[in-house]
Design a protein around this ligand. Sequence first.
Ligand SMILES: NC(=O)NCCC(=O)O
Length: 371
Amino acid sequence: MSAGGEFESLEEILERHVPEAQLSEVKRILFGKEITKLLLPEEAIETAKECNFELKGYGFEAAPEQLRLPRKIRVGLIQNHIVLPTYAPILDQINAIHQRVGQMVEVAAMCDVNIICLQETWSEFLTTLIPHLNVDCFHQLAKKYNMVIVSPILEREKLHNTIWNTAVVISNSGNVLGKTRKNHIPRIGDFNESTYYMEGDTGHTVFQTVFGKIAVNICYGRHHPLNWFMYSINGAEIIFNPSATVGALSEPMWPIEARNAAIANHCFTCAINRVGTETFKNEFTSGDGKKARNDFGHFYGSSYVAAPDGSRTPGLSRTRDGLLVVEMDLNLNRQISDIWSFKMTGRYAEYAEELSKAVQRDFKPNIVKEE
Ligand SMILES: NC(=O)NCCC(=O)O
């Protein structure tokens, strides 16, 4: 248990309590085919220890093919606490969080990560105050380390002061490849985001990087299977899901949603969650009948990667900052598609026709009843 009374991870509990003889079968059924541990460089392991964050590495294998070369790449997922309290001066908060996440990106570079994704609005104040600061310092890192950086931020549009929850994709050249805006805005629990973010207008953009085609399905979008599906229809090979969500609300769904999306869409998915319990000076309620409180609940981390064959990595800690490094061969997507053929067998024209009727006001559900 951590000082805050939170336990470390489900996997750790299983490892500790399930008898050795049954553990591998329990893990196979719960987590899918066993995956390999990555040997990470000593320098990275030491630096992570010094900087007090968890560093884990895993690899998904694909079968060798006769007509295609392997397409092995490494992704990095970063989960982190806020560094200073929510009521510290904003510029101090910005500098502190930049320094922290910068350290973690450096370690990712030591581990040869090709594409890294940070958590949802990891740097939420930046563009409000200092336009493009966030992008500017990370584009230098992207270029220096030949790394694509997915950087989810709060974006303020200049003309009308519209605020969006956005992920900027910085190419390995250091240039901004584009951005995607959160397209489903939550109205649940304390996440009253519709009072400050606008629904995104960037559609289901997929970014062609030198390492593969990627998309970003921001947080609450993971509850919508069609959202994942549309990124996949546009060709995404890896879909990142940078999130910020708390235990009481969503933890039982967390291991299922991104993993199911990887299976259903023959792609890799990367679920990243914030970590820590954040407190505010003023008490608040969400009109939910609960007593006014100062904290938002526990952001439970547990970031993980899922593969199209339904296997998944263990999660990062529920309580600690962490970097998850995952090697994957993108050939696995087509290999699994060739076995299960979900894309080929989906009746999309039929769904599209029925759906176009279902969104009409005069829609009558197709139900047969006994007279
Ligand atoms: N950040 C965010 O969209 N949170 C909503 C809650 C959830 O989707 O689990």
